[in-house]
Design a protein around this ligand. Sequence first.
Ligand code: HEM
Length: 132
Amino acid sequence: MERSDSDIVFQSYGRCCNNEQFFIDFYERFMDSSVDIRELFTKTDMKVQRHLLRNGIMQLVLYARGMSDTKLRALGKSHDRNGYNIPPEWYHLWLDALIATLRQHDGDFSPEVEAAWNCALTSGINIIRQAY
Ligand code: HEM
């Protein structure tokens, strides 16, 4: 990935991540993508969850900028078959919901910004997904 991609992503996230509604809209969209996914969050305190996800996305962005993979490996462990048991096939729904929510909230969204997000997050998401 080019350095400029991670800069584009860093700035795009900066335009979105201080707005609680961004995370509300993300989870609504993500849960709309499958009844099985909605089911997983029925007992979750979503206010806490939104805060945790804000940090989780930041971990993905920082990994794309060269930070160590330790935090992502820990997420891989919590999501694996002995943890939340999240099948690897579901991660593309997560990424699709994220991109759609960025399109909705980032006033400077463009095909270039979308491509930068896809490029920047793929390897970090794979660390979590492949821990399954
Ligand atoms: C919990 C991030 C993908 C379901 C969490 C937490 C974080 C997080 C930071 C809280 C910390 C922890 O428990 O380890 C992410 C990131 C993802 C991702 C960055 C994408 C790469 C998914 C997917 C699903 C999912 C695809 C389901 C289809 C859950 C569930 C919890 C959780 C069920 C626990 C909720 C609870 O405590 O009740 N996730 N997640 N996650 N995640 Fe994910």
